[in-house]
Ligand binder design. Structure first.
Ligand code: ADP
Ligand code: F6P
Length: 337
């Protein structure tokens, strides 16, 4: 580890010069994570900084699954979905002992700075390491777009395009059979995937957890009225945060007499080759994270807001709130009617 020359706000020594950085992916994988890893590695090597890849998130850190990464280690990965480092959820890292052990392992392997690619939970882990003397930078990696400090998260663009194409296909068969289709998309408690696909796929109803004014009778009336007007399909985009698509389909079929099927898109939305936007933004963010680590910044996360890449203190980033833009919601309602 490089010499300890700075103190963090808790009086813990931090490396003054970054000679080796680590990179890990944590939480749910997202398309574009590989582009970010590649950018971290190549930007660091170009600066004469060594890079170590930590496999399987914080779990791999605690198990010391750490490998050297060279230029060639990240060849031929920018176009691949998932994460070459693997990812995991690790309960042990939520404990003080786990975090202490993680920091010790970083020091043992000479890791002066760490880039953590993941969501809010992963940022909390990064914050804990930073408090224990490891310089950390977080990158927003999640298909859910539910990170407050940024308008963009790595993987969202690919996920919505994958989901949009799948929904178009369901619509074809739905129209042919004159069925109603409830299509459930991912997003955990956030409705961004549902909102974007709902608009992009011209859905008749869009159900968002953030706007929970769920009224099944209104949906039923809507389906019946549309059918009277000669519409051959009825697409309902339901967010995972609302769920219960299969039982909803049964009730709607019973009430309308119209065949109704539920399709839960599931993990297909999380995999696959990243879009150009995800490859590009993830590459810029990976390089940006490396740059600010080497400038001596720590406990920061990178975001994209108002057309610019920026970085924020993790504490501040975690305290920020994010809402579905009211105007987007109004438009989605108006267009689906
Ligand atoms: P995401 O990063 O996508 O939000 P999770 O919430 O599952 O996904 O978090 C990923 C991992 O980050 C967890 O499995 C855990 O190892 C670590 N983590 C989450 N919350 C904390 C916390 N409060 N303190 C330390 N580590 C945490
Ligand atoms: O955060 C990404 C995500 O795919 C969410 O949309 C979903 O709720 C969750 O991960 C599913 O996680 P798991 O991999 O544990 O099934």
């Amino acid at each position: 580890m490089a010499g300890i020359g700075r103190m963090n706000e808790r009086g813990v020594g931090m490396a003054d010069e970054i000679r080796t950085i680590g990179v890990l992916t944590s939480g749910g994988d997202a398309p574009g994570m590989n582009a970010a890893i590649r950018a971290v590695v190549r930007q660091a090597l170009a600066k004469g900084v060594k890079v170590k890849g930590i496999k399987k998130g914080y779990q791999g850190l605690l198990n010391e699954e750490i490998v050297d990464l060279e230029r060639s280690s990240v060849s031929d990965i920018i176009q691949r979905g998932g994460t070459i480092l693997g990812t995991a959820r690790c309960m042990e890292f939520k404990t003080e002992e786990g975090q202490e052990k993680g920091a010790r392992i970083c020091m043992k392997h000479g890791i002066d700075g760490l880039v953590v690619i993941g969501g809010d939970g992963s940022y909390r882990g990064a914050q804990a390491l930073s408090r224990k003397g490891i310089n950390t930078i977080g990158l927003p990696g999640t298909i859910d777009l539910d990170i407050s400090c940024t308008d963009y998260t790595i993987g969202f663009d690919t996920a919505i395009n994958t989901a949009m194409q799948a929904i178009d296909k369901v619509r074809d068969t739905s129209s042919s059979h004159e069925r109603c289709s409830i299509i459930e998309v991912m997003g955990r408690n956030a409705g961004y995937i549902a909102l974007w696909c709902g608009v992009a796929n011209g859905a008749e109803d869009i159900l968002l957890p953030e706007k929970y004014d769920f009224n099944e009778q209104r949906i039923i009336n809507n389906i019946i009225n549309n059918r009277k007007k000669g519409k051959t399909h009825h697409i309902i985009i339901n967010a995972e945060g609302i769920g219960h698509s299969t039982s909803m389909a049964r009730r709607i079929e019973a009430a309308t007499g119209i065949e109704t099927r539920a399709t839960i898109l599931g993990y297909m939305q999380r995999g696959g080759s990243p879009t150009c936007k995800d490859r590009f933004y993830a590459s810029i963010m990976g390089a940006y994270a490396t740059d600010i680590l080497c400038q001596g910044k720590t406990n920061r996360v990178v975001g994209y807001r108002n057309g610019e890449f920026q970085d924020y203190d993790i504490e501040e980033a975690l305290a920020m709130e994010k809402h579905i833009p009211e105007y987007h919601y109004e438009v989605s309602r108006a267009l689906s009617m």
